[in-house]
Design a binder for this molecule. Structure first.
Ligand code: ADP
Length: 529
């Protein structure tokens, strides 16, 4: 309804962002701030924070540096690593921030090859370790596009589609050398690039051609004896951990656009996860797309300059199921009844394969049944047939809160964000002013003879100035969440010197939460008095 509608809707389906229309009720398919949060630089920063806290758990994201500000750091670190291991011959991939479809991406062998002329100042970028040994199928590099439904932020609810797409390069892969670095059809898996290669194969079959279903790859790997259960388990962990890294920032945007107590819609969003498999089957996160393409047809050039839209059965198979089941999950009429039934919905991957029990718990007997064996809607025999009875079983599998207890220890930055939001004060802002920061220090009793309020002000000014000079968001002045997280880590390191970082941070969070709870208790008593 581009020109508005008098009656409110249950569900709004926006094309680009939360702000496409002003809405005050119902549900909308975009979270505020999602596009900003998954941009290459912001994602890399969020991942870096998690890698600082939990290096092993977050080693699925390639080591990355942000340009231009971390260029000296990038050069120094690479030099150091090369000195300590002279046989290390790395390749790096430079990706412009906010770019998509492979736009502006190039490979380099040495930090000095970064193209500093022209656009780098105006177009910040991420430079990343290039994964040189990807898994190949039919000699080609490919990546996986998986669809993930973030159904709710608070409480966190995540679903993963049981099938995705595999997008293939169109030139046989060779490890990067100075000679082949520029060959995009060999190194970049983007559909939008490879479609222009003469070797691109459109296929109506799910397991041949340049775009296939992920389940067809899994079947192939399984027949070669690969442990696909472990692979699925690793992918689920990767998705949950990535969303855990993104939620703090999303919560700041959320409270700013939909302040607690004010009327507003609730949000859900389909995300596109781009994942590369290494030769040893380890999944690596490439990026997260806030607006994954949901096209189910492709353009075909019939004669020079004459194009026709042709259905793409592989896209249709995967994407229609994702949208249909997203609507089923958020359907307000059925929500209550569904929530109880969904927890028992059977689900499996690629013809009866079970989900891994290596990292995640062994699925319950009903969860390992093949989805084709049962209806997704086990109905009481006396109940009238549900209109959904004719629909296929759900392709979306709940992974959070289902596996929450395996991942909750990672949610430290979420708790730091909760403190940040608590002290933001004025509704509608995303940045903390100096008074808010002082109140945080005072209420949590973090200042003492070794850390005066003057030192608090200096810390605030130093960190805030540095973050604001990186030029991410000039709209508001003050301390952004990442700057607050940096200040918080700094305070934690000061206070709990000898512990590992994640324990220092956890200890300071607990201290702050306790002191704030005590303060709230006192205020309540005073209120009653
Ligand atoms: P874009 O948003 O422009 O598509 P991506 O981050 O998805 O940017 O990168 C484009 C392509 O480059 C990916 O699909 C993948 O084939 C390749 N690629 C990206 N990062 C890496 C990496 N670290 N190692 C190996 N290949 C990569």
């Amino acid at each position: 309804f581009p020109f508005g509608r008098r009656l409110p809707c249950d569900i709004y389906w926006h094309g680009v962002s939360f702000h496409d229309n002003n809405i005050f009720s119902g549900q909308v398919n975009k979270f505020p701030g999602m596009m900003e949060t998954v941009r290459k630089i912001t994602l890399s920063r969020a991942m870096r924070t998690m890698q600082d806290l939990f290096p092993l758990e977050y080693n699925f994201y390639p080591r990355s540096w942000i340009l231009p500000e971390e260029l000296p750091l990038f050069m120094a670190e690479v030099r150091m690593m090369k000195d300590s291991n002279p046989s290390w011959k790395p390749t790096f991939i430079v990706k412009p921030d906010g770019g998509c479809q492979g736009d502006g991406i190039y490979l380099i062998k040495d930090p000095s090859d970064i193209r500093l002329t022209g656009s780098i100042q105006s177009r910040p970028a991420v430079v990343q370790e290039y994964i040189c040994k990807p898994l190949l199928v039919d000699k080609m590099k490919f990546d996986i596009r998986l669809y993930v439904l973030l159904k709710s932020l608070e409480p966190l609810e995540i679903y993963i589609a049981k099938d995705g797409l595999s997008r293939f390069c169109t030139e046989p892969y060779q490890e990067p050398t100075l000679k082949n670095l520029h060959q995009v059809f060999m190194h970049l898996t983007n559909y939008s690039l490879n479609i222009h290669s003469g070797n691109f194969i459109h296929s109506d079959s799910a397991n041949t051609g340049s775009k296939r279903t992920f389940s067809s790859i899994l079947c192939r790997l399984s027949s070669r004896g690969a442990d696909v259960k472990k692979l699925w388990s690793d992918i689920i962990s990767l998705v949950i951990k990535t969303i855990i890294a993104l939620t703090p920032e999303l919560k700041v945007y959320y409270q700013s656009d939909i302040p607690a107590g004010k009327p507003g819609p609730t949000c859900f969003q389909i995300l596109g996860f781009d994942i590369l498999l290494m030769k040893n089957l380890k999944p690596v996160l490439l990026e997260v797309n806030a607006n994954p393409s949901m096209r189910i047809e492709h353009e075909q050039e019939l004669s020079p300059g004459v194009f026709e839209n042709v259905p793409s059965p592989v896209d249709e198979k995967v994407k229609v199921a994702v949208i249909r089941d997203t609507l089923r999950l958020v359907d307000p009429q059925k929500k209550k009844r569904k929530d109880t039934q969904m927890s028992t919905t059977p689900w499996c991957v690629g013809g009866g394969m079970r989900m891994s029990s290596e990292v995640l718990p062994r699925p319950t007997p009903c969860a390992i049944l093949c989805c084709r064996c049962q209806s997704s809607e086990p109905e009481a025999s006396a109940a009238p047939p549900s209109p959904e009875a004719a629909l296929p079983s759900l392709c979306l599998k709940q992974v959070f809160p289902k596996y929450a207890k395996h991942f909750s220890y990672l949610r430290l930055v979420d708790r730091v964000a909760a403190l940040f939001i608590h002290f933001l004060g004025v509704k509608g802002t995303t940045k903390l002013g100096p008074t808010g920061f002082r109140t945080f220090i005072r209420n949590c009793k973090l200042s003492n003879s070794n850390f005066s309020m003057a030192a608090v002000d200096i810390l605030y000014i130093d960190i805030t100035r540095r973050w604001n000079s990186m030029g991410i968001d000039h709209k508001e002045s003050g301390m952004c969440l990442q700057a607050f997280v940096e200040a918080f880590f700094c305070l934690a390191q000061k206070k709990y010197k000898s512990l590992p970082l994640h324990e220092q941070v956890a200890s300071l969070i607990e201290l702050c939460e306790c002191r704030l709870a005590a303060l709230r208790g006192k205020r309540l008593v005073w209120g009653c008095g």
